[in-house]
Structure formats: C-alpha cells, structure tokens
Design a protein around this ligand. Structure first.
Ligand code: PGA
Length: 250
C-alpha cells in the first residue's frame, strides 16, 4: 500500500511562509508510492492549491462543516473546498474534539459531506491518556470508528484515510512505541475487515503524535502503519523532507 506523509500545520504560518514552504517542497524528491499532503490554514488553501497544481503535493484542509451552505458564521463547507482545488481534509482531530466540541456524529456527517464532493477525508481517532492507562484504548477507538464510520458504505470507506493519533502523544514529545502503534493499527485494520477484506486492504492508516525523523523509520516500518500525520515536525521543511525520504525507504 502507498505511504502517506501528511503535514497538519494547525494554526501556524502566514501567507509568505506558506508559499516559501511549498516552493521548497516542490524541489524535494518524492519516492514512488509516497503521497505528500500538506494542510495549511484556511486563508491560504486556494493559493496553496494553485501553487501545488501539477506537482506531487496534495493540499488538504484541516476541517470543514458538514452542511453545504447556510447560516453557519465562520464555517467553511466541503463544496467550497472543492471549488478551490482542495483534495483532502482532516476531520475529527482531537484538538477539534477537545476545544470545539466536535462529536463523532458530526465527524461522520463531515466525512459524508467530503465524500460527496470527491474530497478524501483524513479521519482522526485515538484514545486519551486515561483510556490507555485504564486499558480501554482498543474499545475507545472501536467506539469512535463505529460512531463516525458506521453509516458509510464499503465504497465510501475505501475512499477514506484513517489517522490513529493517541491524544497523549500529540505535541507532547511522547510517542507511541512502534509496537503500540502497530497493535492499534492492526486493531483498526481488523475493524475495517468486518466491512470486507477489500476495505481493510484499501484504507491507509497513518500514525500521528510526536512523529519525527528520529522515530519515523521505526514507526513506518510496521506492516499496518502506512505513513504519518505530522504536526510539529511538518512545519520545518528539512524535517518534513526527511520524513518523506524515510517513508520511501520502508
Ligand atoms: P504532533 O501533532 O506531531 O505535533 O504531535 C500531530 C497532530 O496533531 O496531527
């Protein structure tokens, strides 16, 4: 399966920094079977999609609203993203869940809205620290997936990307060990297989949470880890390029 190296820039970088990063990224060799994704903040998506057109870089949004239009001040819809050439969108990130009250149900609706526009949802799931300490991590992730993905058809499921992001590892410098990541990714793959072997075989499962050049090789080498959703290390062109190179070497 292809490997994906996706940069979630969160609320970082201004217009000039975005364009300088993309200009530099266009010169980075992309190994065969590696897909490179960047998710800049909303105001720069249109320019980023234009600048990346014709390159191997996929431009993603970090969120969208589930409705196509309406009186939802401050929100951005999937058709709007489509109209500016955005090809993927992160949904259900733990920061959206924690700070903006995003529920699994809303995430499910966002995924459906994105698929309707032909935009690839990058669906984030992952347990809190107390879930892991209490040994509930497998059941928490299973419940998240059921709530957000349960209504999708197999054809729809095959068009999504999953990112497993243990919340305790995001931006903390703590990383899941390669074994913890592989175990959870295998669990997610097994859950997908209940919908059909073809679904399980199709859906890339990315790891996210303090993934960086010095731990990526170990993480990406696992059979069920198909790349990474990267926060901090994706903001730096040298570290991001190194992650792309490492993904290609696995
Ligand atoms: P991090 O963030 O790599 O900075 O831990 C990952 C994410 O939130 O997607």
């Amino acid at each position: 399966m292809r490997k994906i190296v996706a940069g979630n820039w969160k609320m970082h970088k201004d217009r000039d920094e975005v364009s300088a990063f993309i200009a530099a990224l266009k010169n980075v060799p992309v190994p065969t079977d590696v897909e490179v994704v960047i998710a800049p903040p909303f105001p720069f998506l249109a320019a980023a999609a234009e600048q990346a057109a014709g390159s191997l870089i996929t431009v993603a949004a970090q969120n969208c609203h589930q409705k196509s239009h309406g009186a939802y001040t401050g929100e951005v819809s999937a058709p709007m993203l489509k109209s500016i050439g955005v090809k993927a969108c992160i949904v259900g990130h733990s920061e959206r869940r924690q700070y903006f009250g995003e529920t699994d149900e809303a995430v499910g609706e966002k995924i459906a809205a994105l698929l309707e526009q032909g935009i690839t949802p990058i669906y984030c799931c992952g347990e809190l620290k107390e879930d892991r300490v209490g040994g509930k991590h497998f059941e928490v992730v299973a419940a998240q997936m059921k709530a957000a993905l349960g209504a999708l058809t197999n054809d729809q499921l095959k068009r999504i990307v999953i990112a497993y992001e243990p919340v305790w590892a995001i931006g903390t410098g703590l990383t899941a060990t390669a074994q913890q990541a592989q175990e959870m990714h295998a669990h997610i793959r097994t859950l997908l297989a209940t919908h059909g072997a073809d679904v399980a075989a199709h859906v890339p499962i990315l790891y996210g949470g303090s993934c960086k050049p010095d731990n990526a090789a170990e993480l990406f080498a696992n059979p069920d880890v198909n790349g990474g959703l990267i926060g901090g290390a994706a903001l730096d062109i040298n570290q991001f390029s190194e992650l792309i190179r490492i993904a290609g070497a696995q």
